[in-house]
Design a binder for this molecule. Sequence first.
Ligand code: SF4
Length: 474
Amino acid sequence: MNAALPLTAPAETRRLLPEALLRSFDTPGPRYTSYPTADRFSDDFGPVNVIRALLQRVRHTREHAQEPLSVYVHIPFCESVCYYCACNKVITKHHDRAAEYLDALESEIGLVASVLGAGQPVSQLHFGGGSPTFLSDAELARVFDTLQRAFRITADAEVSIEVDPRTVTPARLAHLRQLGFNRISFGVQDFDAQVQKAVHRVQPLESVRVLMQAARELGFASINADLIYGLPRQTPESFATTVQQIGELKPDRIALYAYAHLPQRFKPQRRIDAAELPPASQRVAMLGGAIAGFLDRGYCYVGMDHFALEDDALAIAKREGRLHRNFQGYSTQPDCDLIGLGVSAIGRIGGSFYQNAKALPEYYETLRRGQLPVVRGLLSSPDDLVRRDVIMALMCQGRVEFEAIERAHPICMREYFADEIERLAPLAQAGLVELEPGAVQVTEAGWYLVRAVAMTFDRHLKRNPAPERFSRIV
Ligand code: SF4
């Protein structure tokens, strides 16, 4: 797979990904930031199960080398709503609401540290939301201080934050840098004024340019920009302009997401005029044009919506076959236990996944009772663990070696996955995979549609497809 990337020429991209092929995968599918996916979590899994998993980790780290943790902190507040939003957020202009939230967050951090023991090393720390920069500089410093007292953030840790450009200034970015953040992700989506108006998120190109420049001068090791295609009033031509403008700003990484219009599920989306949404043929043209545009501007395709400059750590990890995948997407860091903190946050300890209460009243109330605010989760079965290894090998390396899986699990791949291997035949015919005697190899074109390949091995999806829950593959 590695030898096949990066692609270089737009014409080549169009040859590999003809519109007819892209169109045939215009269906929903999981993003596989975990397997099983979060929608499979059950209400039967609660705080007691998480404490059990944490204690198991404590025992394990006593007997083996101490593995670092990853920590995710969810800050749910936003000042105004973006109509495309599908995140768990609370819209408010009342900044004083943050104080109660930070009290609860401190209680949660205290509870976790009391089980794990203080000073556990953390090699990845991510602030997401909502808008983490809804918090004032002093409030962000308070959260950081609490985390530093509970955990030991290692000197080389990746410390990242999602930033809404409308909520920060260069001076605020300097404060983030001073706190210890070394990676930053800007939510851009689209620079076209008409599109920005239609999604209720107006942020001129010039303000993003100033902030990205400031972030660069402040020494952030990696700057990311998020874009979305398929938004109202977008056309292939208008989106090509955004692609060109973002290419000129040259962030180290670009994440390009497909908009999924699910107004029954996400209330803000009801304010989008469905008649203004681009049809499937235009969405496909936008995706093809963006892929070609980024490759043409020196980015390589890392995988599943992610592009990076050739010298970025993620691009290097891709070339060297060292990519990993976690709830934040692709990562250079080996898969490690993840502590999710804050309302709706998701975590994973060993084979146990968990999620916190999604609504603030329940989150606060549980913590007031001195309990972890966990409301659902899942303990992976041996079958889940096999499939997780297969799916992550496909998603990260674009190749699954049967022998490697058989070494880690007591199965014979050809027998265990006889049905799945058979169901890969149409994908092989479409040129997305090659079926070797002892491996499944994702082809160069298949790498752009890799989750369609991974879905073949998803047992939960086979039993209960419920496809509309997921974002679209194209
Ligand atoms: S898209 Fe981001 S900034 Fe906009 S409402 Fe949703 S969480 Fe808030």
